[in-house]
Design a protein around this ligand. Sequence first.
Ligand SMILES: CC(=O)N[C@H]1[C@@H](OP(=O)(O)OP(=O)(O)OC[C@H]2O[C@@H](n3ccc(=O)[nH]c3=O)[C@H](O)[C@@H]2O)O[C@H](CO)[C@@H](O)[C@@H]1O[C@H](C)C(=O)N[C@@H](C)C(=O)N[C@H](CCC(=O)O)C(=O)O
Ligand SMILES: Nc1ncnc2c1ncn2[C@@H]1O[C@H](COP(=O)(O)OP(=O)(O)OP(=O)(O)O)[C@@H](O)[C@H]1O
Ligand SMILES: N[C@H](CCC[C@H](N)C(=O)O)C(=O)O
Ligand SMILES: [Mg+2]
Length: 483
Amino acid sequence: MKLADLATAAGLPIPANGDAQVTGFAIDHRKVAPGTVFGAFPGTRFNGEDFIEAAVAAGAVAIVARPEAKVEGAAHLADAEPRRLFARVARGFFQPVPATVVAVTGTNGKTSTVEMVRQMWRMAGHSAASIGTLGVTTADESVSTGLTTPDIVTFLSNMTGLAREGVTHVAYEASSHGLSQFRNEGLRVMAGAFTNLSRDHLDYHATMEDYFAAKMRLFDEVVSPDGTAVLWSDDDWSEQAVEHARRRGLRLLTVGERAEGIRLLSRTPTHLGQVLELEHEGARRKVTLPLIGAYQAANALVAAGLVLASGGGAERTFEALGRLQPVRGRLERAAISRTGAPVYVDYAHTPDAIEAAIAALRPHVAGRLITVFGAGGDRDGGKRPEMGRAACAGSDVVIVTDDNPRGEDAATIRAAVLAGCDGKAREVGDRRAAIAEAVAMAGRDDIVLIAGKGHEQGQIIGRGEAMRVLPFDDVQVARECTA
Ligand SMILES: CC(=O)N[C@H]1[C@@H](OP(=O)(O)OP(=O)(O)OC[C@H]2O[C@@H](n3ccc(=O)[nH]c3=O)[C@H](O)[C@@H]2O)O[C@H](CO)[C@@H](O)[C@@H]1O[C@H](C)C(=O)N[C@@H](C)C(=O)N[C@H](CCC(=O)O)C(=O)O
Ligand SMILES: Nc1ncnc2c1ncn2[C@@H]1O[C@H](COP(=O)(O)OP(=O)(O)OP(=O)(O)O)[C@@H](O)[C@H]1O
Ligand SMILES: N[C@H](CCC[C@H](N)C(=O)O)C(=O)O
Ligand SMILES: [Mg+2]
């Protein structure tokens, strides 16, 4: 593909070396080969502009960078927001892409929702994939990418790879980091969903308003102008999210108790799931969801909204809700203790999520709810006491332990969590010992909740060069402790 063609498609003037063949795209200069378009972005640790010379020496034919960057020996594709321009230029190169793409943003529920959308599309006979925290998941396999939102080159090449394998439908998770760094765009997004907003990542975003604004880029810019916004209606931020979608002229599909699109009339927990009464386009429906918890009902309904917004028929879509499979590490029943207490593993790692996970289990607890959790290092420190408060308010016994201390002192993190606990929690730093203690004390009527790591396979210790990942899997450890 010629550089001139890509420039024209991106609405740019044709560069002097427009005849150059483009062979690939890179945002890391170490991945530049002859014919690469290199994106040079100022980042949090490095300034990519420092590597422009090296990229040109390695054969880059064009550099996407801010106007003030110094570029010699290659075309300078300039924009004040070079990450956005990079996505726009790359979209011409990464072809084909799946025809039906939808995205989900929100503090909690993204992974669950994209996975449910994938399952429902598959039930409708489509070749579907999801991309997010669990990696790239298709009907056959799940391949981890390390981050929730991979970098833009990985994102677009995954899309092309999936399209070449025949995948026609993709649901992806749009994290606030990903959205603010333009890591996931460059293709037509038919619908976008908003699940909720609550405290997280205030180490990266200055205020909740900034955090919300980052998420709203999904409706302001990423979803196609003729697309649909699917909005959970019952969150404190829902109305403002509706405003963003409306201002952009997107079609609206609200979902929830206060919604007009898919209205949740009632929700009745059963032993293994819940019965939902819904109203959609004037028709009342009863759905038996084989998953517990209000939060899983919310995610399932938002998923249904996305399936409808991408062309799914109502009958089939609502019927599919009854056949959803559990999402890994989200209220996953990992084991039953020797006394008969169920042990659940959940990925709750924000105050709101801990509250939601506890609320999901409460109707099923006859005795005590025993919660084991910790907070991650090198992440928003302010959420720690709030997580402690949420856990202690809703549980009968709380054990505070470690969860990926990363570059921080684990005891200091635990102390910050315990500061929200009013002396109600005990502290067991070693996560395996903490889980063992919870399981050992659980009687027949009790339930154990192990929160924070969900599907994760390791305990991250140290930072930078010193970082190590010690194998750790809450589900497996729960099984070992109950064996
Ligand atoms: C804070 C943050 O989000 N950083 C992400 C960001 O890095 P950055 O742009 O700041 O990169 P940088 O290291 O400062 O380098 C700047 C530029 O120079 C380039 N460079 C750098 C060094 C070099 O030798 N040569 C070179 O070309 C880099 O490729 C980069 O383009 O862009 C990188 C590529 O897209 C990401 O890998 C990186 O994620 C880091 C590793 C990370 O830990 N991110 C987490 C916080 C994250 O994004 N998490 C969210 C999920 C959060 C949630 O919803 O809970 C996610 O979406 O995964
Ligand atoms: N709709 C929801 N409302 C409140 N809490 C939720 C909701 N959905 C999920 N949660 C909580 O958040 C946890 C993580 O869910 P999930 O992985 O689907 O979210 P995510 O948005 O992908 O998270 P991350 O930002 O880490 O990628 C769940 O285990 C649960 O505790
Ligand atoms: N996407 C989230 C995952 C957090 C998971 C939790 N186990 C932790 O390490 O805090 C983050 O990177 O902030
Ligand atoms: Mg996720």
